[in-house]
Design a protein around this ligand. Structure first.
Ligand SMILES: C[S@@+](CC[C@H](N)C(=O)[O-])C[C@H]1O[C@@H](n2cnc3c(N)ncnc32)[C@H](O)[C@@H]1O
Length: 430
């Protein structure tokens, strides 16, 4: 059998010939997905008393499950990446935890693709890789169809499988930017209390071809309206910050309208095609957001953020220089340079923020109020606070109001306060 998924090099496999070439940035996307899911599953089974986890993973734009990678060898697609991440987490739990009884991972994978050849190919591939039993038992379900059309039934299935916790992950790897409308995201987040969505969004492709007509089409299809008005299109096109302005408007509208509370909005730098795209992570818990932000720091060479370091990442301050195509120069790349810039920004911004909260604020509140506004992880923020405490700019108090000498582990209920000395220097400067 020969299944043609796309144009590119071909690779002979038992199930047929895979000809879909996978770009380097997609390999990075898969590495991030794998890493994130392993951490996610491990977090769920952190308690040795837990003996079962039950949830659904939805791969809404799943593809055929196999590609030819940049080195010419077979590279797994997202359904296989998800199954391998699950297996790896299981192995790590079995090896690492002293359990009296083994933990049961009841994870159902639902794969959707509108292409019959992709679903057909994936089915054979899964059978060849030994997943035939799970396919037959319904632990892996393949659906040929449009994600949007199927989404309501899939969300209902995820709710049925996790009625109390409402746990599900949706991997929505659309090609462009208009196949996942806001009402679908809202349906996911209002139906499932612990839902997470990893959404690909080709933001550069959208912006590159923005005109009155396709803005109207995009808004009608997605419900992401008002991010930019037709009247603004011409006026702003002339300004150097136009692209960043549009990105910021789209991001705010998309995240606020999604029903999720926590987000990461970082870009994958594309090695070809229509430019960078977002790999947005939407969730309802700060911890999930924190795990995703940490994963971005791990794959720093390929992720980029066009905003500022510190706690004001949606401004364009950091990206002061803009190139001819409206892209920011010297963007934030999650590398050592970025980590340093981020730390330096926090060392200035934390005392300024505490100066506005004279009564003090718990570390938890301080972090939660800023979690969507920073590329930093909780650990990075804690380190910056400890550095400020060591230099006596910031004081750390116990929940009972007594001064603590915390050197390594800040607790959520520790209270942060600007040191009296610093309050004096701020007020005399003002
Ligand atoms: C970017 S590829 C997916 C790659 C895959 N997630 C991976 O990482 O291995 C997008 C896939 O979505 C499918 N697709 C496009 N529009 C769709 C829609 N509206 N509903 C479901 N599948 C769709 C295409 O057939 C294609 O296989």
């Amino acid at each position: 059998m020969r299944v043609t998924l796309n144009v590119g090099k071909s690779l002979r496999l038992g199930v047929g010939t895979a000809t879909a070439a996978l770009a380097r940035h997609s390999e990075v996307k898969h590495s991030l997905l794998r890493e994130y899911l392993i951490e996610y599953f491990l977090t769920l089974v952190a308690s040795p008393h837990q003996d079962r986890i039950q949830l659904t993973v939805v791969d809404g734009f799943c593809g055929g499950g196999c590609y030819v990678g940049s080195s010419g060898t077979e590279v797994p697609g997202s359904p296989i990446v998800i199954l391998e991440a699950l297996r790896e987490a299981q192995v790590r739990v079995e090896l690492g935890q002293q359990r009296r009884k083994p933990i049961e991972f009841d994870v159902k994978l639902i794969c959707v693709d509108e292409s019959a050849s992709a679903i057909d190919y994936l089915k054979r591939l899964l059978q060849e890789k030994g997943y035939g039993g799970r396919l037959a038992a319904g632990g892996i379900q393949l659906v040929r169809g449009d994600f949007l059309t199927c989404s309501e039934a899939i969300i209902a299935e995820a709710v049925k499988r996790s009625p109390r916790a409402g746990r599900a992950i949706f991997v929505l790897d659309q090609y462009g930017y208009d196949a996942v409308p806001l009402p679908t995201l809202q349906n996911i987040f209002c139906s499932l209390a612990k839902a997470e969505v990893i959404l690909t969004f080709a933001v550069d492709a959208l912006i590159n071809f923005l005109s009155e007509k396709n803005l109207a089409d995009f808004e009608r299809k997605t419900g992401i309206d008002g991010a930019i008005t037709a009247a603004e299109l011409d006026k702003l096109k002339k300004s150097p910050g136009w692209r960043l302005h549009v990105q910021s408007g789209l991001y705010q509208r998309l995240t606020k309208g999604s029903g999720a509370e926590y987000f990461t909005p970082f870009f994958i730098r594309a090695d070809r095609g229509h430019g960078d795209f977002w790999l947005l992570h939407l969730s309802r818990h700060w911890k999930a957001r924190d795990v995703m932000a940490s994963t971005h720091w791990k794959y720093h060479n390929h992720f980029v953020h066009y905003g500022a370091p510190g706690f004001d990442m949606l401004t364009t301050g950091y990206a002061a220089r803009i190139d001819e195509s409206g892209h920011a120069q010297g963007a934030f790349e999650f590398d050592d340079v970025a980590a340093n810039a981020n730390k330096e920004a926090m060392l200035v911004q934390i005392p300024q923020a505490l100066d506005r909260q004279k009564g003090g604020v718990s570390f938890e509140r301080f972090f939660h109020d800023r979690v969507n506004l920073t590329p930093a992880t909780r650990e990075m923020v804690a380190k910056a606070v400890l550095e400020l405490a060591a230099s006596k700019e910031v004081e750390i108090l116990g929940a009972d109001g007594t001064l603590r000498r915390v050197r390594s582990a800040i607790q959520s209920d520790h209270v942060l306060r600007l040191s009296t000395q610093k309050i004096f220097s701020f007020s005399s400067a003002g």
